[in-house]
Design a protein around this ligand. Sequence first.
Ligand SMILES: [Zn+2]
Length: 339
Amino acid sequence: MKFVYDARCEDHVQWPGHPERPERVKAIVERLAAEAPRRKFLAPTAATKRDLMRVHDEAFVERLRQAKEGPLDADTFIHKGTYALALLAAGAALTGAREVVKGPEEVFALTRPPGHHAGADFAGGFCYFNNAAVAADFLSREEGLAPVAVVDFDVHHGNGTQAIFQKRRDIVYLSTHQWGIFPGTGAADEVGKGPGRGRTVNVPLPAGSGDRTFEVAWERIFLPVLEEARPQAVVVSLGLDAHYEDPLAGLSLSSPAYIEMCRKVAEFARKRARAKALFVLEGGYNLTALGETVAGLAATLEGRPAKTGLNTVADASGVGAKAVEEAAAVQRAHWALNA
Ligand SMILES: [Zn+2]
């Protein structure tokens, strides 16, 4: 697995004590280096304004470029260097997209700031530009890999990604997320609009959902939708805040279950798509969970055993299985899902 990383992403500081902090990526890189000392990291090329305009309005990009220091929302701040660092994050996802097209390995873009709450003309929720959406659009329209699937495992709904792609047929957006928390979107009946109707697949889950619920969601919805959609590239918006150790939210995935979910997506892409899976970092605020899950995923895809310590299975029975079935019932209008 190749990693795209630039240490400058650690210059991005919302304010001291903010959960989206530089140590998040540092913890991942240190763990990767400890487990595989010879691993090389690829340097990203910063995105251009044109790259961002794949999915963002020009006026919005200009607004952020010229923004004075100050808050965008209660959790998201603009500093002097923010625009340049946000270009670097979008560029890391784009560099990752170019790399998965070249092959032969999976690629993980260690993006900071994250992106999935940024829409065509809005920012917020720690996000400025939508890194994963820029990469997905590139893979679809530039590389001819349509349709492209964007699989979002962050505990928060990717409202920005959904808004960007909801009217498009060439992108299938699938998201698991905790229901009833920020940003409030992602109900099962939000299925896309116009030509994109049926191409948005939301699986909102109750607090406590974890290992077993995610297996059910994969078997009942994600895998059959992917098999039917036949995406030629897969981008994973990988937030690690659905982990049971995460301080911000209430889902309960263990590290091994997270790794297994990602392995299944990677295996799908290996078998069925023309490009291997591209992982793009979103949220995740427990440093141990971040480090061991990402390093464990790399080990798994490289054929080594994953070394994890956060292995407690809090959801063995499928706390959210009913919610998965409700989402499946909605999606049956659009996909051949078993009753
Ligand atoms: Zn999140």
